[in-house]
Design a protein around this ligand. Sequence first.
Ligand SMILES: Cc1cc2nc3c(=O)[nH]c(=O)nc-3n(C[C@H](O)[C@H](O)[C@H](O)COP(=O)(O)OP(=O)(O)OC[C@H]3O[C@@H](n4cnc5c(N)ncnc54)[C@H](O)[C@@H]3O)c2cc1C
Length: 380
Amino acid sequence: MSTAALRRVVVVGNGIAGLTAADTLRDTGFDGELTIVGDEPHPAYSRPALSKALLLDHDDHAAHRLAPSAHGATELLGVRATGLDPDRRRVRLDDGTELPYDGVVLATGSRARRLSALAGEVTLRGLDDALGLRGRLAGRPSVVVVGGGPLGMEIASGCLAAGCTVTLVSQGLPLTVQLGPYLAGVFVGAARERGLTVVDTESARLEGPEHGPRVVLAEGTVLEAGLVVSAVGDVPNTEWLAGTGLVERGLVPVDARGLARPGIAAAGDLVGLPTPSGPRRIPLWSSAIEQAKAAARALVHGGAAPPLEFQPYFWTEQFGLNLKAVGPLPPAGEPEYLAGGPGGGPALMRWPHPDGTGTVAALDHRIPVPRLRRLSRSAA
Ligand SMILES: Cc1cc2nc3c(=O)[nH]c(=O)nc-3n(C[C@H](O)[C@H](O)[C@H](O)COP(=O)(O)OP(=O)(O)OC[C@H]3O[C@@H](n4cnc5c(N)ncnc54)[C@H](O)[C@@H]3O)c2cc1C
């Protein structure tokens, strides 16, 4: 489809994938009617900031704000899409109305997976969750965080910094699945030094009371806390696409350009990217951005658009450490040190891969990401 045939585009989801798709549509020359539908009442914001600066920052409530966009779309905020009719090219909204489109971008992301239906189980996915959590931390409750991934560890770090006593419940050493044993060891060491108690268990469940749940570990130990936060993964928001044939195993599989079908692009946390072993999610911020750019171009230019190609990028800030990593994660084994060393302090590390590329990680906020990208492509 060319920009001429594409007069009306609806973007469903007002996260970073939706925002980037809208911006990219304009960059490619699309000057037709652009509508963004988002069920949160807020303009798009930085989700990664919610578990980092926003949790810690008590004066300036702006850590999550993004620069205003120039896409000029009609933004329907606080409005939920409830269905898609691909044959009639219509998006159904929760007020019963329909939006006709020539092209649509599916960008409804994901939501926090929960361990229970208890009202007292706190999760962190959206801005309102973060503001609520920060408000609770002001009372310095004792906290149990369930989940040893980057999000659980960042929340634990924020809770400790707020003056709370914090226990983190994890299956195995926290961060090992995402960052590999070497970097996980560095982070867990820093966390313990700052006072985090780490409890290793095979599984954990929550039980009542409704507003103050307890955490019950596989071996029967019960952890009581003033605040229980779970960070145990996310679930793609694809239910509104039921009956369209676009969803497989809870994901929207796309082709190498980000198209689910001609005229239907998808990007971000709800997407399964094509891999030799089947559709695979890469639910990360920079991945959502690159996917959305590719998908928007494909909506306009179809098969003439370049396929998605990107170097994975991940960062985290926790327990006084700041990590930026480019390349596939988790890396295996010990790294080569390009700067600094294993004794702590700023460091630049590289794990070489057989094809000459590498995974590069900096524990040094001064090293710019483009340098990491270059070092990941080639050691020289
Ligand atoms: C607290 C937190 C910290 C994170 N930190 C990092 C990090 O440090 N580094 C990193 O790489 N990644 C991080 N991530 C992951 C990253 O934020 C996500 O990968 C990224 O936000 C995905 O963008 P998205 O636009 O696909 O989805 P989302 O950001 O989830 O946006 C989707 C939007 O669509 C809305 N929506 C859902 N259903 C509907 C519907 N039916 N109708 C209308 N609107 C709907 C949602 O409410 C949401 O506003 C973090 C995530 C969280 C939650």
